[in-house]
Design a protein around this ligand. Structure first.
Ligand code: TXA
Ligand code: MG
Length: 343
């Protein structure tokens, strides 16, 4: 199979392109498309055969359920049941946008999409291409991130191509995604609404709407007797091929750690990639990249930079911890999951 990349106008998606991709979805095929968070690997959410293909293409374990992407807020009534009152307020404030809600699933949901869970993940993306494709199909689109299982999520069409060339029909190229890390997954089936995956919407934003909301203990590094509710929590994730070393401590302290680490790795003949937040550390012996200081920029570019280092054959990527308030918590979650060593 030849994988085609098709460019589209992200503000005003060409309907001819949307129609072409809708036909592929209607025929049980798979289409990679942009959302505001990361690229998704989409199939018709009501077609079990098509959904099965997604797991195969990604090498994703069948016990890890998929998110249903919808274009009409009212569709939650069809896809979920026992919807708590608070849901309406959340939807009003955060949809369309990077918030995924876990609710009890209705009979409409194909078993294969949700593994053994009696729940379903729902999200209404804000990206116009995504919305237009869902509307045109007339069904929800199930879509995990469009990377190979375990790799960083794709934030550009070429990332999807690098992982899945030859395995899918088409990739819609809507440019680099705006947010760059995945949506926040919020479980509304527990007594207290619980964040299972930090993402584009922060805890403090949620607190403006919810009196009670908390992180799942696993996200706080606590050993939990509560089983990981989100199967995604138990897998190593987001890893580039290079080994990621996360450096903790104050700016001065971590700078010293980084300098001695670089000396040691150079003696071992390692190819080193360094991520810089402020000024770029110039050193001809290492691959030094500037990501930016604002959290928005770090989130937007982190997976892209991981993938660039892989292309440049870095053995090691060194990255410093950041302040973990707001979006910083989600970024630190990704860095911790990617890291094989924390010093
Ligand atoms: O931003 C995003 O959410 C992107 C874009 C494409 O929408 N999608 C995405 O999907 O990141 P995926 O499949 O890579 O991650 C979905 C996460 C996984 O950790 C999965 O375990 C969790 O959501 N999840 C899905 N359904 C669930 C459910 N019923 N209960 C608990 N967790 C669920
Ligand atoms: Mg994923």
């Amino acid at each position: 199979m030849k994988t085609r990349i098709i460019k589209i106008n992200s503000n005003n998606p060409q309907q001819s392109t949307i129609a072409k991709c809708t036909t592929i979805l209607k025929n049980g095929g798979i289409v990679a498309f942009p959302t505001e968070t990361v690229y998704g690997l989409g199939a018709d959410g009501l077609n079990p055969k098509a959904i099965k293909k997604i797991f195969k293409v990604k090498n994703r374990p069948f016990d890890n359920p998929l998110i249903f992407h919808i274009a009409n807020k009212q569709d939650i009534e069809i896809l979920a049941k026992h919807i708590p009152e608070i849901t309406q307020k959340l939807i009003k404030k955060f949809w369309p946008g990077p918030l995924t809600l876990i609710l009890k699933k209705s009979k409409t949901i194909p078993q294969i999409a949700t593994g053994k869970q009696d729940t379903v993940a729902l999200r209404m993306p804000s990206n116009k291409i995504a919305l237009s494709l869902i509307k045109s199909l007339g069904h929800p689109i199930v879509a995990p991130s469009a990377n190979l299982f375990g790799k960083p999520s794709p934030t550009m069409a070429k990332h999807v191509f690098d992982d899945l060339n030859g395995k899918i029909d088409i990739i819609i190229d809507g440019g680099q995604t705006r947010i760059g890390i995945e949506s926040t997954v919020l479980d509304l089936t527990s007594k207290i609404p619980t964040i299972l995956r930090p993402g584009g919407i922060s805890l403090s934003e949620l607190k403006k709407i919810l009196k009670n909301v908390e992180y799942h203990p696993i996200l706080l590094g606590k050993k939990s007797r509560i089983a990981p509710k989100s199967p995604g929590m138990k897998y190593k994730h987001y890893s580039p091929n290079a080994k990621v070393i996360l450096v903790k401590g104050s700016t001065k302290n971590s700078q010293q750690k980084i300098e001695s680490l670089i000396q040691k790795l150079l003696l071992e003949n390692k190819s080193i990639g360094l991520i810089n937040y402020k000024s770029i550390q110039k050193n001809p012996l290492i691959i030094s990249k500037f990501i930016g200081y604002e959290k928005d920029l770090i989130a937007k570019n982190i997976y892209k930079i991981f993938r660039e280092f892989d292309k440049e054959n870095a053995d090691i990527i060194i990255v410093r911890e950041i302040n973990n308030s707001n979006l910083g918590f989600a970024i630190m979650n990704r860095l911790q999951k990617a890291a094989s060593e924390i010093i």
